[in-house]
Design a protein around this ligand. Sequence first.
Ligand SMILES: NC(=O)c1ccc[n+]([C@@H]2O[C@H](COP(=O)([O-])OP(=O)(O)OC[C@H]3O[C@@H](n4cnc5c(N)ncnc54)[C@H](O)[C@@H]3O)[C@@H](O)[C@H]2O)c1
Length: 407
Amino acid sequence: MYDTGNLSYNWAKSHMQILTHSIDVLKESKPLKGITLGFCLQITKETSVLLIGAKELGAKVVACSGNPLTTQDSIAAFLASKGIEIFAWSNQTKSEYDWCQSKVLSCKPDIIIDDGGDLNTKAHFDRRFQSLKIIGATEETTTGLTRYYSMQKKGKLRYPIIAVNNAKTKMIFDNKYGTGQSTIAGYLRAMNLLFASKRIVVCGYGWLGKGVAQKCAGMGSKVIVTEVDPIKALEAHMDGFNVMPISQAAKIGDVFITCTGMRDVVQKQHLLSMKNGAIVGNVGHFDVEIDSKFLLNQVVRQVRPNLDECVLSNGKKIYLISKGRVANLIASEGHPPEIMALSFSNQLYSVLYILKNHKKMQNLVYDVPKQIDNQVATDTLNSMNVKIDNLSKNRLHIKPDGKSVKA
Ligand SMILES: NC(=O)c1ccc[n+]([C@@H]2O[C@H](COP(=O)([O-])OP(=O)(O)OC[C@H]3O[C@@H](n4cnc5c(N)ncnc54)[C@H](O)[C@@H]3O)[C@@H](O)[C@H]2O)c1
């Protein structure tokens, strides 16, 4: 187990140049000395690079998983052997998952690094942890932010939270390119069927949906998009995809991928109207997008790892990937390391920013400072040996009469 974890860590590390370079540069000065960091992230090989890096920068590192199912056990074992206090294993029950989160909070973290908002929510609403002195937090994903914005509106935030998810160098690359690619990987492993020529229904045309639709189209699929937002729907239409309501798409789709972060996207009546043999799955954060409860209450047989056959009362067989949970992480291994290097560089710089600035910050959700975002993009371009131009210093100002002058 250790060897597998160690090899995976080294493999990821060798493809996360910008993160490892920052850690190497900062190592000497130990900027995180005396600080306890509480991580609640997907425990993957890429995350191990961030966790071990944080320890090298002087932090005490405690961690649990942001998802009860997705922990890679060899990585958890490897992290434990490296002195990380880790409370995570794969396929946890709800109470085990909860216990692990409580253990992290019992270690009194100064800063929380969360993915989905479960740990921060617990730190806010579980009486045992309400008196913890947390100076700030960061959030990796859209769903976590939705929860904090609602808490902020009610004046319930106890400390500042930096929305790492909203950094351009996170959202565009992790949500779009990362999920785009890892969703294909997860679906391929679960079903091992041809993408070319299939009608793939992508629900939601946000960052995830765009990435997934683009990759499916690249594989030769006929992509249908469903949306609730007229602007996103128009964008999908102009990008060349077929746009229609789910009630219509349900009847003709071969494969369904929910990417919304919202509930009740594919409901019982949609499942009943699908073609015999349709395959449904989800890559949004929670398993609330498809009525998987209804499907799993039918006659169910496991056909392949992460693929269940559900025989409905109307005789149709519908296939469910990863029980409706986040398929790119359960049926595959999540995002590639090159992408996670961008997300985790934003995480690292945001933690350092909180450490330096928390006294000036209010109990609000903050975007990642623009200079961090630009730094991550510049570092990544440099690591890929891509050069760009500089903006001209001679700015032009257009006067109301249409004449231009130098600003
Ligand atoms: N699987 C992963 O690795 C991964 C990675 C990043 C984010 N996420 C999660 O994926 C989800 C989506 O993230 P995002 O960044 O794309 O969000 P987003 O807000 O950019 O996009 C979501 C889209 O879904 C649309 N939508 C909402 N309800 C819908 C419905 N009923 N039918 C059709 N469309 C609907 C919205 O209008 C929006 O355009 C979140 O839960 C996020 O946390 C998962």
